[in-house]
Write a protein that binds this ligand. Structure first.
Ligand code: NAD
Length: 444
């Protein structure tokens, strides 16, 4: 098939390269001129495992090309996938201006039988409304299907090529058959293609992210209670997670959720509730718990270093919102860095992939941060080290090398992944989230 994928970010680039790899002829369109020229010359502007190789294969086979012109991409296409951003506006509603603009350009240029497929996360009812508006505008029936994306950054290629499920929200057999034909090669191990109507597909995406965010906030709240009441959240988590009705995933306490999806999707659910006149206090509470959690690492530092952090040297390990990505959008690590800078602390940081994106997101604050060459260099001279993003290379540092690098002996493990006892043997006090403090003397 001939496909056009609009938006070549984390979702769109993986989608375009994934479909090209399955043998389709794909044009990736993006309004960002520098991104398109980088991609056209073989450079992948984002860090995502396996993506460079997938894009290279697509370009070499001539099945993957890039353009800045949506009309050019849509001409002659069987389907146009919309993968542009839908950031939250100031009232929490997703900004759909890019989705609308792209859908209009695609509908005007594409052949009559082309299906417009919305992969961006959009409020319930968007696809049906778009179909109505576009059909009116171009004077023929325009088919708009919903095909929400569930990939995780850091494992996006793997998730796209081997999804847990594919959701297609359609209003016609033609759209259903086209999408089934496209996705069948990716679900040969038995993952379901769930066919429904567009509003249910749109809601399914928000409901999935809402559920995951709920589990994280739930466990973060339990962890803070554990800290105050003297329980160990690791034992609690294992007990809770081994109940088959609950399951063990997404129950890990940490510095609060971030990234470009969960925070905005929670707000979108709340705003959908408000416009529909349906109270959604649970989603509001999930967001509120997360805001408290995102201040928690700084609170823990103050508990140990004293109420003023001015002049204290603090090293931060991990800047991306999660490991294996360079994405720093709404990253809890950047909240901490900003808070430390504002408090007058001396901040150093290291991330294996996200130093450049972090520096861009931090803006003026970046000049107050010393970006280390590696994890030990970032820790050099620090009074305290905070592990925020659980990159594998942070999990087992050499305690001696860390002791040589640091001035102080405080480690805050924001992900409960360090071997606290081996660090304590080297003189460190280690404080996790919801766990008893481990001290060199061997106790809390
Ligand atoms: P992104 O910001 O990485 O990419 C969006 C791309 O769209 C950018 O390259 C941008 O230049 C381009 N773009 C914006 N306006 C455009 C326009 N008018 N014409 C052409 N191109 C335009 O965003 P993303 O993270 O890939 O997310 C895209 C959508 O997918 C969002 O709705 C998001 O909620 C959803 N989603 C994201 C993820 C994720 O993990 N990132 C997962 C599932 C769903």
């Amino acid at each position: 098939m001939k496909l056009c994928v609009v938006g070549t970010g984390y979702v769109g680039l993986v989608t375009a390269a994934g479909f090209a790899d399955a043998g389709h002829d794909v044009i990736g369109a993006d309004s960002d001129v520098s991104k398109v020229s980088a991609l056209s010359s073989g450079k992948v502007p984002i860090f995502e495992p396996e993506l460079e190789e997938l894009v290279r294969r697509g370009r070499e086979s001539d099945r993957l090309r890039f353009t800045t012109d949506v009309g050019e991409g849509a001409r002659g296409s069987d389907a146009v996938f919309i993968c542009v951003g839908t950031p939250a506006g100031s009232d929490g509603r997703p900004d759909l201006s890019a989705v609308r603009e792209v859908a209009r350009a695609a509908a005007c240029a594409a052949p009559a039988e082309c299906v417009i497929v919305v992969k961006s996360t959009v409020p319930v009812g968007t696809c049906d409304r778009l179909a109505e508006e576009l059909s009116c505008e171009v004077g023929r029936t325009v088919e708009v299907a919903s095909n929400p994306e569930f990939l995780k950054e850091g494992a996006a290629v793997e998730d796209f090529l081997r999804p847990d499920r594919v959701v297609i929200g359609v209003r016609s057999r033609r759209a259903a058959e086209l999408l089934r034909e496209l996705y069948e090669p990716f679900v040969r191990t038995g993952a379901p293609i769930i066919e429904t109507d567009p509003p249910s597909a749109e809601m399914a995406k928000y409901a999935s992210n809402g559920m995951l965010a709920c589990r994280i906030s739930f466990m973060n709240e339990i962890a803070r209670l554990c800290d105050s009441l003297g329980a160990d959240v690791e034992s609690v988590r294992r007990v809770v997670g081994s109940d088959r009705r609950i399951g063990g995933s997404f129950l890990f306490p940490g510095p609060g959720f971030g990234g470009s999806c969960f925070p905005k999707d929670i707000r979108a659910l709340a705003s959908m509730g408000a416009s529909a006149g349906v109270p959604v206090p649970l989603m509001e509470a999930v967001g509120e718990t997360n805001s408290i959690q995102r201040r928690y690492l700084a609170d823990l530092l103050r508990r140990h270093l004293g109420p003023s952090l001015a002049g204290k040297a603090v090293a931060v390990w991990g800047l991306a919102f999660k490991p294996r990505t360079d994405d720093c959008r709404d990253s809890p690590a950047l909240d901490l860095v900003r808070e430390l800078v504002a408090s007058g602390a001396r901040v150093s940081a290291f991330d294996p992939a996200a130093m450049a994106t972090a520096a861009r997101s931090l803006g003026d604050d970046a000049s107050q941060v010393r970006f280390g060459r590696d994890r030990y260099d970032a820790a050099r001279g620090a009074d305290a080290l905070v592990l925020v993003t659980e990159w594998p290379e942070f999990r087992r540092p050499d305690p001696r090398a860390l002791a040589r690098a640091m001035r102080g002996r405080l480690v805050i493990d924001g992900r409960n992944v360090l071997d606290a006892r081996s660090l304590a043997r080297e003189g460190f006090t280690v404080r996790g989230i919801g766990r008893p403090v481990v001290t060199p003397e061997g106790g809390a």
